[in-house]
Design a protein around this ligand. Structure first.
Ligand code: DX5
Ligand code: ZN
Length: 219
């Protein structure tokens, strides 16, 4: 049986007490923490970068799952590794040579992920299927938390899992954007096993929300 991992996105946390919010998801048993980096170029908004990651690394043992929404991420791989990333995921659309970038991440002994936007077809990933440890299918347009899940994503997840199975690859499929308690089962059944959730975890009772997600995920 494939293992499922919850990855709460701190983009929806309250940054005035980020440490406390993180402690709540950790206390509830979340294995991963999702860290969204935005550069104001690849996506319209700007979030946070290396110094905040360095501080987060000091207060948690959760796996730090870093999602780089930045143009030419190659430039910053060394920095994010130094600041404590465990998994680094880059956008296919933002890389000039995505294979080289994935290799660079793996040379550091870290897990390498590749991600595509909702309108980018799965087939662009053909050449990197055996190289990436994780494939992140964006289920909203990247850039902001709190958007609605794009329903067409379910078929993309199903198709990707089928292709991976056909090739005997046990690659993780992560989904990110608009995942709530009421559509979680749908994405799991379609074949996703790493679940990002921002607003559904950090708005309201953080610990309870985390526990509810983990329960539905069978963790
Ligand atoms: C969107 C980010 C997401 C975001 C998800 O660009 O990559 O990780 O935090 O937020 P929700 O779960 O609120 O859609
Ligand atoms: Zn993300």
């Amino acid at each position: 049986m494939r293992k499922n991992y919850l990855s709460p996105s701190i983009l929806s946390a309250d940054f005035a007490h980020l440490g406390e919010d993180i402690k709540h998801v950790e206390a509830a048993g979340s294995p991963y923490l999702h860290y969204d980096v935005m550069d104001g170029l690849f996506v319209p908004s700007i979030s946070f970068g290396m110094p905040v990651l360095e501080s987060v690394r000091k207060i948690t043992d959760m796996v730090l799952d870093v999602h780089l929404m930045i143009q030419d991420p190659d430039r910053y791989i060394d920095d994010f590794v130094r600041c404590g990333a465990d998994i680094i995921t880059v956008h296919y659309e933002a890389c000039s040579d995505v294979k080289r970038t994935l290799d660079k991440i793996k040379e550091h002994g870290k897990k390498a992920g590749v991600t595509i936007k909702p309108k980018t077809p799965n087939r662009v990933l053909e050449d990197v299927l055996g190289l990436a440890d994780m494939i992140l299918l964006m289920t909203v347009e990247p850039g902001f938390g709190g958007q609605s899940y794009i329903p067409e994503s379910t078929e993309k997840i199903r198709e990707l899992r089928r292709v991976l199975d056909e090739r005997g690859l046990d690659t993780d499929i992560e989904v990110d954007g608009g995942i709530k308690k009421d559509n979680l089962r749908t994405v799991l059944d379609a074949g996703a096993n790493v679940i990002v959730a921002g607003s559904a975890i950090f708005k309201g009772d953080i610990e309870q929300n985390t526990k509810d997600f983990l329960k539905i995920m069978g963790e």
